[in-house]
Design a protein around this ligand. Sequence first.
Ligand code: AMP
Ligand code: ZN
Length: 132
Amino acid sequence: MCIFCEIIKGNIPSKKVYEDDKVLAILDISQVTYGHTLVMPKKHMANIIEADDDSAAACLLTAKKLAAQIKKNTGCAGINILTNCGEAAGQSVEHLHFHIIPRYDENDAIVLRFDPSKEQDLNEVLKTVKGE
Ligand code: AMP
Ligand code: ZN
């Protein structure tokens, strides 16, 4: 059973922020910050890599529009839009979704840190990334 498919079918209640024929946006039950919203395709697909282009585009366009709406209406200082892909990346629900996370200050409940890690040979990294 996919919990988001059940929400889309109306079998599990949710707080709907936006809906059209391709996309549903709901309030995240955890509200990591005030106004935390999830945007998902109505069709089941596991994650961004497995998504069809149409659904991915529809979700991202909705996320863009809702980010502006949420920023205006909550007065937040900034917004993170992110999607977790795979358990190792923190994905707990295997139905594609984009988090819209309003940010109020650097001490709010979400920490996104880019720590310095070991130095890499960028030419070697580039070859790997391009599959050469
Ligand atoms: P992720 O860890 O990226 O897969 O995010 C899954 C998100 O779904 C979490 O932030 C949960 O709080 C949220 N979530 C799980 N169940 C529900 C639900 N029934 N209604 C709304 N949000 C949910
Ligand atoms: Zn699903």
